[in-house]
Design a protein. Structure first.
Length: 278
């Protein structure tokens, strides 16, 4: 995968973030952008984009403004604390974009990214709240940046075969899970088999799920609507919908979860978020 990384003001090529992305095994295009001439920086970035046709464009701070002002067509953007109000004329981004920003940023206001998300009509999960400062150089922020790139570019689709009896069972609240296909393998969907007696209410910010019940009986609550479960039941759970389930007394619910997009389960869009209404 090719990633065009556009660095920030008073930064240089080869910094921590592009090096981290390169460590993922990706080809990183990291041109030097002049601090004193924004138009020239945009022209350099545009020439690099046109020459190499990257899969994803990542822009950090001023580099985020550069990314917003080039003609990138349908290529997705990952914007790190984008300084779009300070440089350039672009005031919105395309639908396929993810913004990472810290509320503790004392250089570019977090409110700017909230406004950018609203102006662009992006889904709430397109703004990932992470980090302790403007740099986003902590391990969690770097991992979230790479995960955003991976999720937007889409994993490579492959024809593969996996075996349930060769997959370790991991402990989870109220039972066990076997992550037979996970973390982007195959590039189509995660496939997990879960055996639990209950699942507390949670939601996923940007991860759709389908449950197929293999055995057991019980109930599932989707948002505020409760439904009976029996072998053969199928529950369709879009991202953002709170859900919980509980087995009948003496029962264990065994079901397959098909999850898309095929993200690692610690990705901010995929990991469970506890929903606390009111």
């Amino acid at each position: 995968m090719k990633v065009l990384f556009l660095h920030g003001w008073q930064s240089v090529p080869g910094g921590l973030k592009p090096s981290y992305l390169q460590d993922q095994g990706w080809q990183i295009l990291n041109p030097a952008l002049p601090d004193e001439d924004f138009a020239a920086a945009v022209a350099i970035a545009q020439a690099e984009f046109d020459r190499h046709d990257p899969d994803v464009v990542v822009g950090s701070s001023r580099g985020g403004a550069v990314a917003m002002n080039i003609d990138a067509g349908s290529t997705p953007l990952v914007l790190l604390c984008p300084a779009w109000k300070r440089w350039g004329s672009a005031t919105g981004v395309k639908a396929k974009a993810i913004i990472l920003h810290s509320p503790a940023d004392d250089v570019i206001p977090f409110a700017d990214s909230l406004e950018l998300r609203t102006r662009s009509g992006l889904a709430p999960e397109s703004l990932i709240v992470i980090g302790d400062d403007h740099r986003l150089a902590d391990p969690q922020s770097l991992a979230a940046m790479a995960a955003a790139v991976r999720s937007l570019a889409g994993p490579k689709k492959e024809a593969l075969v996996f075996q349930r009896d060769e997959t370790a069972a991991l402990d989870c609240p109220f039972g066990q899970v076997q992550r037979i296909v996970t973390g982007g393998r195959g590039g189509i969907a995660n496939v997990h088999v879960v055996q639990i007696t209950r699942g507390n209410q949670h939601l996923h910010m940007g991860y759709d799920e389908i449950y197929y019940l293999l055995s057991g009986t019980g109930t599932i609550t989707l948002d505020q609507h409760t439904h009976r479960l029996r072998p053969g039941s199928v529950a369709v759970i879009p991202a953002g919908v709170p859900h919980s389930l509980i087995a009948d007394p003496g029962q264990t619910l065994q079901f397959v979860i098909f999850g898309t997009p095929p993200l690692p389960m610690d990705h901010p869009l995929a990991r469970p978020h506890v929903n606390n209404p009111g």
